[in-house]
Design a protein. Structure first.
Length: 216
């Protein structure tokens, strides 16, 4: 028995619990979406073809930071994207990738601002997500998607993948899930508002929020 082994078991339980909650709330349909946690130089990630609603904590995959399988089940074909994000963000310990309906819908809109795919409509979006850039479309599992994500992740912890969904890295798995949910809710608001003129937070309001976050 070693501390590392205990760590994998604990995060596997966390991943399965969060997956069930995400699936029960309809935040990623069918067998889409994947979750991971980093422990040292290893990544515990959901397996290929799995529904987040019925994950077995004993049947997750372990990969290295290059995305190569180490042990356990066969990793999700999107696991390489998780490894790329962890390489770009050394302090990240949890990643949530969802195909949540409204975020995917926004990711399909023509003429999206690629630097900021969703406006900062609310304080929570500004605090949990910040600026949300759009990653160009690549097929899921395409190594080019990992390259694009790794490059963008050096500046951003949350991204919208064109015609695909959201991906968020954070200090822990639950914080990543909070941000992914915030993206989904803000995408829903954006679609509800349609063509109505909107009033996103001003740069002064965003600056004040950033200061409060630093003090917290
Ligand atoms: Zn995906």
């Amino acid at each position: 028995m070693n501390a590392h082994g205990a760590g994998v078991g604990a995060v596997a339980e966390d991943i399965a619990r969060l997956g069930a909650s995400i699936f029960a709330r309809g935040l990623t349909p069918g067998r889409t979406g994947n979750l991971s946690c980093r422990i040292g130089d290893e990544i515990v990630v959901t397996p290929t073809g799995a529904s987040l609603g019925s994950l077995d904590p004993c049947q997750l995959a372990i990969i290295d930071l290059e995305g190569r399988p180490i042990s356990g089940a066969q990793p999700s074909k999107e696991a390489g994207m998780h490894a790329a994000l962890y390489r770009a963000r050394p302090t990240a310990r949890g990643i949530v990738h969802l195909h949540s309906t409204h975020a995917v819908a926004v990711s399909c809109l023509a003429d999206l601002d690629e630097r900021s795919a969703l406006p900062p409509l609310t304080a929570y979006f500004a605090m949990r997500v910040g600026r949300l850039p759009l990653v160009p479309y690549f097929a899921p599992g395409d190594p080019a998607l990992s390259v694009a994500v790794e490059e963008m992740a050096r500046e951003h912890h949350a991204m919208l993948l064109a015609n695909h969904g959201s991906v968020v890295a954070a200090d822990d798995l639950l914080s990543a899930a909070d941000a992914a949910e915030e993206i989904e809710e803000t995408a829903r608001l954006r679609l509800l508002l349609g063509d109505s003129p909107t009033r996103p937070l001003t740069s002064a309001q965003l600056g004040a929020l950033a200061q409060r976050k630093e003090r917290a």
